[in-house]
Design a protein around this ligand. Structure first.
Ligand SMILES: Cc1ncc(COP(=O)(O)O)c(C=O)c1O
Length: 393
C-alpha cells in the first residue's frame, strides 16, 4: 500500500530529539518541569461543565447538527461577543461559522483557497499548520520573517512584488505563538490595504486574544478599515476557557471566505456535538477567565524576573502563553534545549521547530502542569540557576 505523495510534504518532526530525551528522562523516573506544550493545565470552569451536562441531557442535542454553518445559538452568541469585545458587527447567518477548534479552520482554509502553485504568505517563526496545509494542498509558501528588531511583526514592504502578486492567502497570528508578540490596529490597517492592493485573502489567527496581561487588550483585525473585504478571523475557546479538548471555535469575517470554507467542511465533518456548542455559547457570554490569567501572570513574572536576575535577558510577554528567549551565544536552539533538559530537568521547545527564523530562541510555556501558584515555575528558575553555567549575554 502506497500512501499519497502529499504526506511526504509534511516536514520531519523537529522536536524528535527533545521528545526522545523527555521519554527517556520520564522512564528513568526523573522529575521534569515541562514548559513545552501550550495546553492550559487548569480545568475548564465548572459553570461550563455544568452547562454541558445540562445540554447533554437534552435529547435535542443527540443528533447531527444539520444547520447551515453551525448551531445558531452558538453563532449568535459569538456574534454578540464580537460586538461587545471588539465593537465589530457580525451577521451570524452569513459572516460566522462553527469550527472544530481553530486548527480545523486554519488547515481547511488552505484546502478551500489554494490551487497548485498558489502562494501563502506565512509568518516564520509560526504555528506550523499554515505551512503544512498550504504545501499539502499543492501550494508554495513565502516566509514572512518575524524579527526581534521589528517587534516580531512582518515587514510588508519586504515582500517582493512578484510574490505579493501571486499570493492568494496570508496568515497572521497576534498575540503570537511562539514569540508572544502583539500587533497594533495600525499594523492591521496596513495589512488590509496591502491585501486589497494585491487581492490576497487574509486569515487572522486570534487564538490568544483573551490571554493577555497587565490590562493589555488585543485588537481584532476586523476592526481595521474595510477588513471585511478580505479578512477571515479564526477564534477559539481553547486557550480562553481551558477547553482545548472540547474542540470548539469559530470563524468570522468576509462572507465569501466563510462560504468557501463552509462548503469544504460540510463535506468533511458533521460539525460538533450541539451540547458543546451550547456550553461554549454560555462560556463566551457568562464566564470570566480572570482566575486563569492571574495564575499565568504570576508564573510569567516568576519566570521572566527569575531568569533576568540570573542574567538571561528575557521579555515579559503582554499576551499569549509564551516566553520567547534568545539562547546564549555559541548555542543552537536544539543544543540549548537539550542542555536545559538533561542538566536542569527543564523542558523547553527549540525555536527552530517553528521555522528557520526561530533558530537562536527557545519557547517556554506558562502552562506548566502540576504548578500550584507558581511553585513549579520557581523550581524551573532554581534548577536553571543551579545547573546551567553559561555566559548569558
Ligand atoms: C497560534 C495557534 N493557532 C491555533 C491553535 C489551535 O487551537 P485550537 O484548534 O485548539 O483552537 C493553536 C494551538 O496551539 C495555536 O497555537
Amino acid at each position: 500500500m502506497e500512501r499519497a505523495k502529499r504526506l511526504d510534504l509534511i516536514p520531519p518532526y523537529l522536536f524528535g530529539e527533545i521528545s526522545r530525551l523527555k521519554s527517556k528522562a520520564i522512564a528513568e523516573g526523573k522529575d521534569l518541569v515541562d514548559l513545552g506544550i501550550g495546553d492550559p493545565d487548569q480545568p475548564t470552569p465548572q459553570a461550563v461543565i455544568d452547562k454541558l451536562s445540562e445540554a447533554a441531557n437534552d435529547p435535542e442535542t443527540h443528533r447531527y447538527d444539520e444547520t447551515e454553518a453551525g448551531w445558531p445559538l452558538f453563532l449568535e452568541a459569538a456574534s454578540r461577543w464580537y460586538k461587545k469585545r471588539f465593537n465589530v458587527d457580525i451577521d451570524p447567518k452569513s459572516e460566522a461559522m462553527l469550527l472544530l477548534g481553530s486548527k480545523d479552520g486554519l488547515a481547511h482554509l488552505c484546502w478551500a483557497m489554494i490551487n497548485p502553485g498558489d502562494i501563502s504568505l506565512v509568518p516564520d517563526p509560526g504555528y506550523t499548520v499554515y505551512k503544512v496545509n498550504t504545501l499539502m494542498a499543492g501550494g508554495q509558501i513565502h516566509a514572512m520573517p518575524l524579527l526581534e528588531k521589528n517587534g516580531f511583526v512582518p515587514e510588508l514592504a519586504s515582500i517582493p512584488t512578484d510574490v505579493a502578486k501571486k499570493a492568494k492567502l496570508m496568515f497572521l497570528n497576534y498575540p503570537n505563538n511562539p514569540t508572544g508578540a502583539t500587533a497594533t490596529l495600525d499594523f492591521y490597517n496596513d495589512v488590509v490595504r496591502f491585501a486589497k492592493e494585491y487581492d490576497i485573502a487574509v486569515c487572522s489567527d486570534l487564538a490568544y486574544s483573551e490571554v493577555t496581561y497587565d490590562g493589555y487588550d488585543a485588537p481584532s483585525m476586523l476592526q481595521a478599515e474595510g477588513a471585511k473585504d478580505v479578512v477571515i478571523e479564526m477564534h477559539s475557546l481553547s486557550k480562553t476557557y481551558n477547553m482545548t479538548g472540547w474542540r470548539i471555535g469559530f470563524a468570522v469575517g468576509n462572507s465569501d471566505l466563510i462560504s468557501h470554507l463552509n462548503k469544504l467542511k460540510s463535506n468533511i465533518d458533521s460539525r460538533q456535538f450541539p451540547a458543546i456548542d451550547i456550553a461554549a455559547a454560555y462560556a463566551l457570554e457568562n464566564v470570566s477567565n480572570k482566575p486563569t490569567l492571574d495564575l499565568y501572570t504570576k508564573r510569567r513574572d516568576i519566570l521572566a524576573e527569575g531568569l533576568n536576575e540570573l542574567g538571561w535577558k528575557v521579555k515579559k510577554p503582554a499576551a499569549s502563553l509564551y516566553v520567547w528567549a534568545k539562547v546564549p551565544d555559541g548555542y543552537t536552539s536544539a543544543d540549548f534545549a537539550k542542555i536545559l533538559l538533561t542538566d536542569a530537568g527543564v523542558l523547553v521547545i527549540p525555536g527552530n521547530g517553528y521555522g528557520e527564523y526561530g533558530e537562536g530562541y527557545v519557547r517556554m510555556s506558562l502552562t506548566v502542569s502540576g504548578d500550584k501558584n507558581g511553585d513549579r515555575m520557581a523550581e524551573a528558575v532554581k534548577r536553571i540557576k543551579e545547573n546551567i553555567k553559561v555566559k548569558w549575554s
